[in-house]
Structure formats: C-alpha cells, structure tokens
Design a protein around this ligand. Structure first.
Ligand SMILES: [Zn+2]
Length: 639
C-alpha cells in the first residue's frame, strides 16, 4: 500500500504540461493493477485460508484496501491528470491512440463524471453525500436481512415427506415440537418436499416477511436516494445511470428484452401452471384446490420426478472427480487449442496441502497463465463454488505480458474408502461454469489491466462461463469421459443424457418467468416514475407476471439483490440468452468443432473489455444478438 501511495503521488504531482499516455492512463492502470493484485490475494486468503487467525487478519487488511480504493477514486490530482491528458488529446499535440486506449480514456472520464467530478463544487459535494447516505442505508438493509431470524414450530410427525436425517437435524423444543427456520438448508427442502401444505404456506409467509418492519422504509429511502443521485448527475432514472455502463446501455433495450421474454414465456407458462394445478388437484384429491405460491417448488419437483425418473445418486457414478477433471480439461484443451499441465506438488506457493496448480500453455508452448484448484470443503472455507483472481493480466512496459493467475474454489466431496469422490451432475455443471471464468481470465489478451480477463461489463461477465455449461450436458462431450468408475467400458447411456436434458428443460419456462418477474420489479422501482411504495410495487409485479404473493407479505424487504443488483437484475436472463445464442453455432456446426472453439477464444475470451462487448458478440455470431436459440432451448416457439 505504501508503494501504491508513493506511485499515486508521483502520478498526481507530475508536470501536467508534459502529460502523456504513459504518464497518465498507463501509469494509472499500472497503479490500479498493483493495488488490485494485492487486494485480490488478500481477499482469497480471507476466503480460503485454513487458519482462522490468517482469515481474520486478511479481513482487516481487505477493508484497508477497500478504503484505499475509495481514496484513489476520489483523488482530485488523479482526476486532473486524466483531464489534462484528455485536453491534450483534443489539441494539436494529440498522441495516436489505439482503440483500446480510446476506450480507456472515454471510460475513465465517464467514471469521473458518474461520481460528480464535472459538477460545480457544492453540487458535487451534494452527490458525494447522497452516495455516502445510500451506502450507509444499503449496508443496514443487507445487515437487517442477514441478521433476521424467524421460525415456526411444528410436530415432527407433521413433516410428512421429509427424511429422517432432515428431521433429526432440527432444533427440538420441550413441547416436543421442532423449529423450522428461514435459512436455506431448512427453507428449500421444506418448500420442495414437505407434503403438509399448511407448513409450506406458513414458512413461505414468514420468509416473505423477512425484515419487513426494519426494511420497508429503508428500501423506499434507497430508491429515493438513487433517483436523486441519478437526477443530480443528469440521468432520467437510476436505470439510465446503471445501464449506461452495461452492454444493454439503455433502459429501452432492457424493457424490450423483458417484454419479449415475458410474452413468449407466458404462453408456455400457462400450460405449465395448468399442469401443476392439475397435479395438485390430483395429489390432494381436491378438484377445487387452488395453486399457490408455496406450491410452486413442491409440485415442480413432483412433476419432474413423475415425468423423468432420473436417479441422481446413480448418475454420480459416471463422474468420479479425477476422471471428470481430466475429461473437462480434455474437452476445452481441444476446443481452445491449449495445454493444461499439472505442476509438481511442493513446487509452488500453497495455502493447503490438498491444493493443486496447473499451467496453461498455448499450442506453441508459450505460457498463458496458471490456475489453482482448491477442491474440497473444510472448516471456515468459502462454501460455494467460485473463481478467484490472484494476478491479473496486462502488457508491461518492457513489452512482456504479465500472464494471469486464478484459483477455482469448490466444495466437492473427498474420496471415501475404495470409492472415488463422486460428483453429482448439478455440480459437474457448476465446475464447467467456474472453469469458464478461469479460462476467461487466463486467455486474455487485453493490454490494460482494466480490461483484462473478466473485467467486462456486468451484464456480459456470465456469458463466457454460462456457455461452457453446455458441454456438461451434451452427449458428444460427455461420452468422452463420463464412464462408470466401477466398469470403465460403461459409457453414460445416450438416452440417460436425453432424459437428464428433458428434466432440466421441464422447469425452465417457469424458472425464467420468475426471473423476468423479478427483473421487471427491479426496473419498475428504479424507473423514471418513483413508486409510492417499493414493496407494494414489487408485490404487484410479481403477482401479475408470476404467481400471486401471499397477502400482507413484503418480499422486497428481504430481497438481498436490492443492494448491488439494483437496476441490474435483468443481467441473469440476459447472460443466459447470450450464452444460448453463442452456443447455437456449436449446435449447428459441431459441439467439438475446434476451429469454432478457437473463434470463440479469439472473439469472446481474449478481448475482455478492450472492445465493446456487443462488438465481440457480433464478431463471433456474424449478426446482432438474438433470443431465438434461447427460446428453442426452452421449447418455446419464437414468433
Ligand atoms: Zn458465474
């Protein structure tokens, strides 16, 4: 940090009359690169280090880096440097810039403008205070959700459909009742498997009242502050402010996107809802049974079981971990034209003995980067799957390229006795997804750290990882490595793969309709016309597009995405539409088509944010983005 501060001072104190690309944008990129590497390594240690003391110390330093980042962002002198360089570029002394550098300059100026740097001093201060107030309320909103606790009490024998292990894990009361909390490991299984409708209803109602009392006014205040900030900065709404930096660029495009999705999905969804309602009538032997919000997961799951009897326990045998990793590496090695070579244990920096390190090389044996695999769970470790960065990529002053280092963190089971670690297929999908983030990082060729690897527009970042999931679902890909570990002559049967695909597809229409309802609620409350009450507005949208929310509930008070994803929730569906569209070329021209794989590498993975993501997408597709492939995958007729 001291090094960064010294460098920051050198850049800030330079003679502005002699400003150059090298002394301004390039120097700032280098400064942010150094700070970013240290920050991300500390962040990784905070998330995965086996020693508690180290994790805690890392957390403290991580916060210091965050504070320093704000200091850098608001440094007046650095702003003058960027402005001076911009002024030079519009004078007769302009340097010749490459397109990536033009983009860097434009985006640097834009970032400052978005912070209020171009406003008169007192206006600018107002914006700063509004941002501070917004962040303060956002933290308390999130904290209220995290700390919120509620529970209902039921008799164990009321929990029909729940397995004995689940019931045994619940806290027991003296009354003989057990407690059902709102945490996901309790809430989700109850919603999916509990036969007792009144228990599902009671628990869902409580869930949808999460933080209602404390967060109703907080949410409205957040929405109001966002609108004020946007207006002060010259935008029509928070949506306009957020989307300017995204691929979508404009709320009108998102609006059209959601409208089209909703229209197409609804036609299909009507049949799906009718099927589920019929299933409920049959299951409850009550022909008049009404289908409710708390029935959604239960009957979706029951329908899946009836239609496609796929035994997920049995499927695991085709995915023993070592064979799965080799298989996945093999597929993407052939597709992207790379080599993946394991480094010898003990020859590299490590935070845990189980850690493995792999070098990625290009076809001509030049190095592309490294990635760690931290595969198994342990006490205190980050408990989802994710790709972390340790070192970014960028072109150095001496003409060499600093190649990236990434880490894939998962929580796969370990081998037990004679049995290798067997990976459930949904985690196979996750593995392919996270490996997409790893490759997006490692294959980068962007010159500037600010654009390298996964540093792309928010609504684009999931596309390069999402698309790789397809290779975990396709028979041509799976048959290369999905072989029963007990008898390696037994390749995963093609009809089983079809069944798995059909089961996946079965719930997708309603899944996406729910996503669209959430995205629509988000853009509604952050639009040009402020809602009277954000919670009621959300209830109205969810009930209209998806399923009526239970009366007197307040879903949005407990909606964590309202911090960080405000005006951006549409990005989930957006990324899936893009991934489906990109993958459609592989569907047509061959899933293992190596020349197509190399095109994907060149047009999507290598550029990162160094050019507009719409340009990258169109370069690969040869046409603008379309949602036809997405609808085809869902089995929804386009048109
Ligand atoms: Zn992801």
């Amino acid at each position: 940090m001291a090094e960064c501060r010294a460098e920051q001072k050198v850049i800030g104190d330079q003679d502005l009359s002699k400003i150059s690309l090298k002394s301004s944008l390039r120097a700032l990129d280098s400064l942010r690169f150094i700070a970013g590497c240290d920050h991300s390594r500390i962040y990784l240690l905070m998330s995965v280090h086996p020693q508690k003391e180290i994790r805690e110390a890392a957390q403290v330093i991580q916060q210091e880096w965050q504070t320093y980042d704000i200091e850098l962002t608001y440094d007046e002198k650095l702003y003058s440097v960027v402005k001076a360089f911009a002024a030079k570029q519009s004078s007769s002394k302009a340097e010749k810039l490459e397109p990536e550098e033009e983009k860097l300059l434009a985006e640097s100026l834009r970032s400052y403008r978005r912070l209020g740097f171009e406003l008169a001093p007192e206006k600018r201060n107002e914006v700063k205070i509004l941002f501070q107030e917004l962040h303060r309320i956002e933290s308390s909103f999130s904290k209220n959700i995290q700390e919120y606790k509620d529970e209902i009490f039921v008799l164990p024998n009321e929990l029909i459909g729940m397995d004995a292990n689940f019931i045994a894990s619940l806290t027991k009361k003296e009354t003989g009742k057990v407690s059902l909390g709102l945490d996901y490991p309790t809430f989700l299984p109850i919603m999916e498997f509990c036969e007792n409708e009144s228990i599902r209803a009671r628990l869902l109602e409580r869930k949808y009242k999460t933080a209602e009392v404390s967060n109703r006014s907080q949410l409205n205040k957040m929405v109001e502050l966002r609108m004020q900030i946007a207006r002060q900065l010259g935008y029509k709404s928070w949506n306009h402010f957020v989307m300017e930096e995204r691929m979508a660029k404009d709320p009108a495009r998102v609006d059209a996107f959601l409208k089209e999705l909703e229209g197409q999905l609804r036609r299909s969804a009507a049949k799906d809802f009718a099927d589920l309602a019929a299933l409920k009538a049959e299951h409850t032997t009550n022909p008049k049974a009404e289908f409710k919000a708390w029935d959604f997961y239960f009957y979706s799951s029951l329908r899946k079981k009836r239609l496609f009897a796929v035994d997920s326990q049995e499927i695991r045998h085709y995915f023993p971990l070592p064979q799965l990793l080799d298989g996945m590496f093999g597929v993407f090695r052939d597709l992207f034209g790379i080599k993946i070579i394991e480094e010898k244990a003990g020859s590299f920096y490590s935070w845990h003995p189980e850690l493995r390190l792999f070098k990625v090389e290009d076809e001509d044996a030049s190095g592309l980067g490294y990635f760690y695999l931290d595969l198994h769970p342990r006490e205190g470790k980050y408990n989802h799957a994710a790709a972390f960065g340790l070192t970014g990529g960028r072109l150095l002053e001496n003409g060499e390229y600093q190649r990236p280092v990434k880490a894939m963190v998962c929580n796969f089971p370990r081998a037990q006795g004679n049995e290798p670690a067997l990976i459930p297929h949904r985690e196979v999908e996750t593995l392919f997804h996270e490996f997409g983030h790893i490759l997006h990082g490692i294959l980068t060729q962007a010159k500037y750290a600010q654009f390298s690897g996964t540093s792309v527009a928010w609504d684009f970042v999931e596309a390069p990882s999402q698309i790789l999931e397809n290779w975990a679902w396709d028979y041509q890909s799976l048959k290369r490595f999905a072989k029963d570990w007990r008898d390696s002559s037994k390749v995963i049967p093609e009809d089983l793969v079809f069944k798995m695909q059909a089961a996946k597809k079965a719930g997708n229409v309603l899944h996406y309709l729910r996503q669209v309802s959430l995205a629509r609620a988000d853009v509604t409350i952050h639009g040009e016309i402020a809602p009277c009450d954000a919670i009621e507005a959300t209830n109205e949208v969810l009930s209209r597009i998806f399923l009526p929310v239970p009366p007197k509930t307040a879903f949005a008070a407990g909606w964590g995405h309202m911090v960080g994803y405000a005006g951006g929730y549409y990005g989930y569906a957006w990324a899936d539409v893009m991934a489906a569209d990109l993958f459609s070329r592989f569907k047509n021209e061959g899933i293992l088509n190596a020349s197509l794989g190399r095109q994907l590498r060149r047009e999507i993975y290598e550029p990162g944010g160094s050019r507009d993501e719409n340009v990258s997408l169109e370069a690969f597709l040869g046409r603008p983005l379309s949602n036809t492939a997405f609808f085809e995958d869902l089995g929804v007729a386009a048109g």
